[in-house]
Ligand binder design. Structure first.
Ligand SMILES: Cc1cc2nc3c(=O)[nH]c(=O)nc-3n(C[C@H](O)[C@H](O)[C@H](O)COP(=O)(O)OP(=O)(O)OC[C@H]3O[C@@H](n4cnc5c(N)ncnc54)[C@H](O)[C@@H]3O)c2cc1C
Length: 324
C-alpha cells in the first residue's frame, strides 16, 4: 500500500515513522529548515512515550508563573514535567527518525490532487504521486483541505515575537484582560532569547509596555478546536493542526499532533475507523477544556489565578494539564 503524507511537522513525521516499517511511505515537506513560530512547550513525558531523544530538550521546567494584576503565583509542576524545544531542530529530528524507519522524504510543495495522485512541485520538477492513502498533516492553513473543498480549520490569530530584552527562567503566563485578551499572554525561555505571544495586536502592544520591551510581532494562526471538524474524507485523513487538534485553553498542539498521528497510524494498521477512535480517546478531554476555556473568558479568570495559591488547586490543574 502506498501512503503519501503532506507536511513534515510533528504530526506528519510521527505518522511516517510509525507507518514506514509496514507500507511504502513518502513524506512531503515544503521547507527544509522550517522553524515553526511556537513557544516550543511540550509535556516532558512525550519524549519517553514516543521515543524522542531527550537531547532535544532546551529547558526542563519544574514550575511556571501565573500573573494577574498584583498577584504572582508560582505553580509547582511536580517535577521537571514541562520541556521547551527549538522547533527547527525538533521537527528536523522527527523527520530524520521517520527516514530511519524507512520513509522516503521529498522536499517539495503539495499543490493539489488529481485522480488519486498528489501533485507536488519541487525545485526542478512536478511530481504526480500515486497513493492509496493520503495523510494531510500540512498545518492550520492546510492546502489539502482547500484542494478537497473542505471548510477551513477554525482558528484565532496570535501575535508572536522573539526578543532578547526580557529574560525568563521559566514559562510565564499573563492573565490581565488588557494583555491576555480572550485567552492569556505568555513568555517562554528559549536559550538566550524569550518567545512572547498574545492574541490581538493591541494585546501584544500592551504586553510589550508591561514588559518594557520593544518588539514587532508577526501574526500566525492557531486552531481553536471545536467538535465536528471533518478529519477524514474517503482515503484522505487529516491530523494535527490540519485537523484542528490543538487542546483548547492550554493551546498545546505539538503533543496532541504527535498523539493524534500515532492514533491515526494505529487505525490504518488495524483497519479501525479514525474519526471514531479519535473521539473515543480525545473528545471528552477536549470538550472539558473547551468549557474551561469559555470560563477563562469571564471575570472568573482572576479568581482562578488567585486560587492557584492553594497547593490543592495547583495539583489538580497540573494533573489535568500535564497528567503528572
Ligand atoms: C505563536 C504560536 C505558539 C505556539 N506555541 C505552542 C507551544 O508552546 N506548545 C505547543 O504544544 N503548541 C504550540 N503552538 C501550536 C503548535 O505549533 C502546533 O499545534 C503544532 O506545530 C502542530 O503540528 P503539525 O505537525 O500538525 O503542524 P505544523 O507544525 O504546522 O507542520 C506542518 C508542516 O507542513 C508543512 N507544509 C505546509 N503546507 C505544505 C504543503 N503544501 N506542502 C508540503 N508541506 C507543507 C509545513 O512547512 C510544516 O512543516 C503554537 C502555535 C503558534 C502559532
Amino acid at each position: 500500500m502506498k501512503i503519501v503524507i503532506i507536511g513534515g511537522g510533528p504530526a506528519g513525521s510521527t505518522a511516517a515513522r510509525k507507518l514506514a516499517p509496514f507500507y511504502h511511505v513518502t513524506l512531503i515537506q515544503d521547507k527544509l529548515d522550517f522553524d515553526k513560530p511556537c513557544g516550543g512547550g511540550i509535556k516532558t513525558k512525550a519524549f519517553k512515550e514516543f521515543d524522542i531523544p531527550n537531547k532535544l530538550i532546551k529547558h526542563s521546567l519544574d514550575h511556571v508563573i501565573m500573573k494577574y494584576k498584583n498577584t504572582t503565583v508560582k505553580v509547582d509542576l511536580n517535577g521537571k514535567n514541562l520541556s521547551i524545544v527549538k522547533r527547527d531542530e525538533f521537527d528536523k529530528k522527527l523527520r530524520d527518525l521517520a527516514q530511519q524507519a524507512g520513509a522516503k522524504i521529498i522536499y517539495g510543495r503539495f499543490k493539489t490532487v488529481k485522480n488519486n495522485k498528489a501533485i507536488i512541485k519541487t525545485d526542478n520538477s512536478i511530481l504526480n504521486l500515486d497513493y492509496d492513502i493520503l495523510i494531510a498533516a500540512d498545518g492550520v492553513n492546510s492546502t489539502v483541505r482547500k484542494a478537497l473543498n473542505l471548510p477551513k480549520i477554525p482558528a484565532t490569530i496570535t501575535h508572536y515575537a522573539r526578543i532578547d530584552q526580557y529574560k525568563v527562567q521559566t514559562c510565564e503566563f499573563f492573565f490581565d484582560f488588557d494583555i491576555g485578551g480572550e485567552y492569556y499572554a505568555w513568555a517562554f525561555p528559549h536559550e538566550n532569547l524569550t518567545h512572547i505571544g498574545t492574541v490581538s495586536r493591541g494585546n501584544f502592544e500592551n504586553l510589550c509596555r508591561y514588559l518594557n520591551v520593544k518588539a514587532k510581532p508577526k501574526g500566525y494562526k492557531i486552531p481553536t478546536w471545536q467538535e465536528n471538524i471533518i478529519i477524514q474524507k474517503n482515503n484522505v485523513y487529516f491530523v494535527g493542526d490540519a485537523a484542528g487538534q490543538v487542546m483548547p485553553l492550554s493551546f498545546e498542539g505539538i503533543y496532541y499532533a504527535i498523539k493524534s498521528a500515532d492514533l491515526l497510524a494505529n487505525c490504518i494498521l488495524e483497519n479501525k475507523n479514525y474519526p471514531n477512535e479519535w473521539n473515543k480517546r480525545f473528545f471528552k478531554e477536549f470538550s472539558l477544556m473547551k468549557k474551561l476555556e469559555a470560563l477563562n473568558k469571564t471575570f472568573i479568570r482572576g479568581f482562578v489565578v488567585k486560587a492557584h495559591k492553594l497547593k490543592l488547586i495547583q495539583k489538580f490543574s497540573v494533573k489535568m494539564w500535564l497528567g503528572e
